[in-house]
Design a protein around this ligand. Structure first.
Ligand SMILES: Cc1cc2nc3c(=O)[nH]c(=O)nc-3n(C[C@H](O)[C@H](O)[C@H](O)COP(=O)(O)O)c2cc1C
Length: 266
């Protein structure tokens, strides 16, 4: 009987390739995001145990070195729809504890609404000037209903009977009712930050600039977007687009501790 849970060797990503090449100030994606979107939407999974990629370690490091938290976006440049669709999928495909996906990603296109969010975000220009703005929101709690929602989705996607998931659901319910019970909002926030990381890394690989923003008033942003009414609360924002040639910040050297001070080998 199919149980719908558990890791089975061989169920890894299908062969696809995404890689970025640096061309002066911008990164150009060579393979485009269509492959990612097709993979994500089809949910096809190959039986191959390794993923063939044309992206090299050097490509990855180039993209990550190029990435910077952009302060000044070129408001005339828009992210192509297909590229942004891939970035959305990068968040959708992010992992979360037990796979519960305690998040909602609000893509704010309305200029007037973005103006109001900017006012609630220390007047940071990225909020209005970037091509796209995403408000990453989380469930402020986690209940049996959230667990049940996930179980229903597993049944739907993997075509398994709900009863086969009883043990799994019981384990998750036991976990959320345990010592983490008073910290579920914080726990969910941690999951949301993984999605943020996926979005930013994917963006860098596709030559799209980003700026993560925690400098905002969550209560105000919640009120602007009506998030509490749908059971969510804002956690972090991310602006995405293309850096302005005048952005002084992106021309400065990246400040990081030396590898030996950060990577501990034992
Ligand atoms: C969770 C988080 C919140 C941040 N909030 C802001 C923000 O509100 N405004 C801003 O300009 N930069 C913000 N940043 C950007 C950081 O200041 C920046 O990532 C850091 O200085 C390192 O620089 P780099 O990203 O360019 O390498 C934030 C970064 C993170 C990870």
């Amino acid at each position: 009987m199919k149980t719908g849970i558990g890791f089975r060797p061989g169920r890894t990503a299908r062969e696809t390739c995404i890689h970025g090449v640096r061309t002066n100030e911008t990164l150009t994606d060579v393979h485009g995001p269509s492959a990612i979107v097709a993979w994500a939407t089809s949910r096809a999974r190959s039986e191959k145990t390794t993923m063939q990629t044309q992206s090299t370690p050097s490509d990855l490091l180039k993209a990550l070195s190029w990435r910077a938290a952009v302060k000044s976006f070129d408001s005339t440049r828009k992210i192509p729809a297909e590229t942004f669709a891939a970035l959305e999928q990068a968040m959708v495909l992010a992992p979360s504890s037990f796979g519960l996906q305690p998040w909602r990603f609000v893509v704010v296109g309305d200029a007037e609404v973005r103006g109001r969010i900017r006012a609630a975000a220390w007047n940071q220009s990225q909020v209005t000037d970037a091509s796209h703005l995403v408000v990453l929101a989380r469930r402020p709690t986690m209940t049996g209903d959230d667990v049940e929602r996930h179980m229903r989705r597993i049944c739907e996607v993997r075509n398994v009977e709900r009863q086969t998931l009883n043990g799994y659901a019981g384990m998750i319910n036991g976990f959320i009712g345990g010592s983490i019970k008073d910290h579920l909002s914080e726990w969910n926030a941690r999951q949301v930050y993984i999605a943020l990381g996926f979005f930013m890394l994917a963006a860098a690989q596709l030559g799209v600039d980003t700026c993560p923003l925690e400098g905002f008033n969550p209560e105000q942003v919640d009120a602007i977007l009506g998030l509490p009414a749908i059971g969510y609360t804002s956690t972090v924002l991310v602006a995405a687009g293309y850096r302005s040639v005048d952005d002084p910040y992106t021309k400065q050297a990246k400040v990081r501790y030396a590898q030996a001070q950060v990577i501990d080998r034992r």
